[in-house]
Design a protein around this ligand. Sequence first.
Ligand SMILES: Nc1nc2c(c(=O)[nH]1)N[C@H]1C(S)=C(S)[C@@H](COP(=O)(O)O)O[C@H]1N2
Ligand SMILES: [Mo]
Length: 407
Amino acid sequence: MGNRRNFIRKSTLATFSALIGTDIVFGDKLNANYSPLFMEENDPQTLFGKHEEMTTLNDRPWNIEAKAHLLDDLVTPEDRMFIRNNGIIPKGIKVDDWTLTIEGESAKTTKSYTLNDLKTKFKSYTYQLTLECGGNGRSEFNPPAKGNQWTIGAVSCANWTGVRLRDLLEDVGVKDDAVYVGYYGRDKHLSGDSNKVVISRGVPIAKAMQDETLVAFQMNGKDIPLAHGYPLRLVAGGFPASASGKWIDRLTIRNIVHDGPKMTGTAYRVPCEAVAPGTEVPEDKMCIIESMPVKSLVTYPKSGALVKVGDEVEVRGHAWAGELRVGEMHVSIDFGSTWQKVKLDNPKNRLAWQQWSGKVKLPKKGYYEIWAKATDSQGKSQPMVVPGWNPKGYLNNACHRIAVKAV
Ligand SMILES: Nc1nc2c(c(=O)[nH]1)N[C@H]1C(S)=C(S)[C@@H](COP(=O)(O)O)O[C@H]1N2
Ligand SMILES: [Mo]
């Protein structure tokens, strides 16, 4: 009764006030064990600082996607970047104790690095890298595939800063029989079982050795946000983003194709040969997804926009093609019966998406759709309809379409 020690500490109260951005008026009356309601607020804006128009597909685990018009920036800002988690985001990370251990049967030695080692003993590089979830576009497959029903917004292209994975591998020493590099992160399995690994994928050794494959500690010039892998993540642009492990503390150099959770079975694999929709595909006929297919987005105007008849309407967006470059970009205002070539910029660096822009004239009042189609450097174009059905609903790179009304 009235035991003073049960009241909240001044420092905790100050922290709460800072979090909500205003004073808690009767804060001195708060019991130390009482958790104020705002602490339970569960929206992506409060928790992750995401833009209010981002769509939450799941909150256990958190999966959040962007809308096309939110992705208009050349470099994706944190508040518009999709979140894809398979487990629970780690809590209470102590960066001073964080180490990255590199080991494995194809490692010549085992070494551990602190964050400070990574930042001071190796050269840092910054690349803008496209990360697209293998399941982006899944919602359009029929028969439907289980999993997050991503529409078009599970893609980002931020600036990542870190050390080259290759430099670390060379420091440890790689045996001639190395095939794959697998990652382990510190997220928690949904079951709560701390012995269960959430996801442990990786990249083939050739991808690991590419200049742009980073062990990153910064995103867009700041510490990586917690939801995106703070304090350390692998970034392998152009591959399905599941290869880019978040919260990593261990890499393993394997003499076989890495066989961690979500590397095997049907996870992040598609039938090696096309199959009819609904077919059951045996595991040995499923192939690991590597380079993502050519794709593009219309990020301006926003779908549903009103434009003036006869005006030249600026249309723009981004295009990317996995490990390849995008060669050409076209738009159509007549449901794909004619296409007009538009301007396509060079990527800032290899594996960054490319800006495209053009002008269209809508001849009469009425409803139109603007369709966008990218073609990669090997001449492969995006399909106008949903491509190759596969059991898990990966790699839907159909043309993005927006609606506009001329008034
Ligand atoms: N440790 C860990 N790394 C992970 C995941 C995860 O659940 N745990 N999800 C992967 C998947 S499937 C994707 S698409 C990307 C998403 O990265 P983002 O949330 O930063 O956009 O992270 C990948 N790395
Ligand atoms: Mo993903």
